[in-house]
Design a protein around this ligand. Structure first.
Ligand SMILES: Cc1cc2nc3c(=O)[nH]c(=O)nc-3n(C[C@H](O)[C@H](O)[C@H](O)COP(=O)(O)OP(=O)(O)OC[C@H]3O[C@@H](n4cnc5c(N)ncnc54)[C@H](O)[C@@H]3O)c2cc1C
Length: 321
């Protein structure tokens, strides 16, 4: 069945506003990217984008991934996907829209699975942009198969005691809290009921951030080298029992919650990459139309036309996936 990605004219008008806003107001901030990484850069970024966030709110596009009763718009996945395709064009855009990973997924997780107290204490600051968060699940010995995760949380009176080894915990080194996937006991219903998610303030004693694993170019929190996806040792980390996401009822619900969190997140990631591709494609076309070499502009050369057509076809194929 053909899928044309069309939405209602009113929402298409919103998308058009977003395209213009991202191009004219957010992409130019990339010239300050180096300054944003210096000491005080985070505060500088927050100050610069504050009025932009107000414009997003005035358009009714703030934190669009959350249901209306949680402060969002309840747009659903197709419209969110189309929004993320635009936001993906610039790394700064998602945070201006209250929708940056991993905070957006964690806010969504707390909105569907958290207790009212957890939403108040952890979700609302994420939406306000006053806290940053991390989702800490993958381990050196367990990635694609999370039934192999070994990080454990044992109950000790009113506390959990967490021990384990994680890595690829994006944002951990700049986060205020971590949501940690832990084995909280064997279950007669198998591994899928044996795990829970526990909120751990990042500065809790025993949270030992070893390094930022380099993958996507973000700087290591200590050395400034590319990194950003932390390796963490959890060594006798103690947090209140009430920090298990969902409270008592959330024990054993780690897998169910992970599905709710990671499913939409994967679609948004993929659409943001399409946005990046579109931006690169636009630059390719612009260059082809302006560069003159060997008797013509590049756009008139057959091989260049072939590359452009191939790229466009690949993007369309990826979009249809
Ligand atoms: C940039 C980045 C950010 C990340 N951020 C986070 C984060 O914030 N929090 C977090 O917890 N994790 C994060 N991860 C980790 C990510 O979730 C894992 O990399 C992923 O789950 C795969 O695990 P693995 O790398 O250990 O691969 P493995 O599980 O070792 O898989 C190895 C290879 O086997 C293939 N494979 C596995 N199973 C199958 C199968 N059934 N059939 C066919 N092929 C298979 C995989 O595709 C892969 O190529 C991040 C990873 C990256 C790269």
């Amino acid at each position: 069945m053909a899928w044309d990605f069309e939405t209602e004219p009113e929402f298409e008008a919103k998308l058009e506003w977003m395209r213009h806003f991202v191009r004219e107001e957010i992409i130019p901030l990339e010239t300050l990217a180096h300054e944003f990484r210096q000491p005080g850069g985070r505060e500088m970024f927050a100050k610069i984008v504050a009025p932009l966030k107000e414009q997003v709110k005035a358009q009714g596009l703030w934190a669009a991934h959350l249901p209306p009763d949680m402060g969002g718009m309840g747009f659903g996945q197709v419209r969110l996907g189309l929004m993320h395709e635009i936001l993906g064009q610039c790394a700064f855009a998602p945070s201006v829209f209250g929708n940056n990973a991993p905070d957006s997924g964690n806010a969504e997780l707390l909105s569907v699975g958290g207790t009212p107290e957890q939403r108040e204490q952890w979700m609302k600051p994420l939406l306000a942009g006053t806290m940053r968060s991390c989702f800490s699940m993958t381990e050196p010995g367990a990635g694609a198969d999370p039934t192999l995760l070994t990080t454990s949380a044992m109950r000790d009176g009113d506390e959990w005691v967490i021990n384990g080894h994680k890595w690829f915990s994006s944002n951990a080194s700049i986060s205020d809290f971590l949501i940690v996937m832990c084995k909280t006991g064997d279950s007669e219903h198998g591994a899928y009921k044996a795990y829970s998610m526990i909120i751990v303030p990042t500065r809790t004693p025993g949270v030992n951030i070893v390094r930022d694993v380099p993958t996507m170019g973000e700087p290591d929190h200590k050395t400034g080298e590319p990194g950003g996806h932390a390796e963490i040792l959890y060594e006798n980390v103690r947090v209140p029992f009430a920090n298990v996401v969902g409270g008592e009822a959330g024990i054993g619900q780690g897998f169910a919650l992970a599905q709710k969190r990671l499913g939409p997140g994967r679609i948004h990631h993929a659409m943001r990459w399409l946005g990046q591709s579109q931006r690169a494609f636009d630059m390719l076309c612009e260059r082809a139309l302006t560069r003159y070499s060997h008797g013509s502009i590049l756009a008139e050369k057959q091989m260049i036309q072939d590359w452009i057509a191939e790229s466009h076809a690949e993007m369309q194929a990826a979009r249809l996936l």
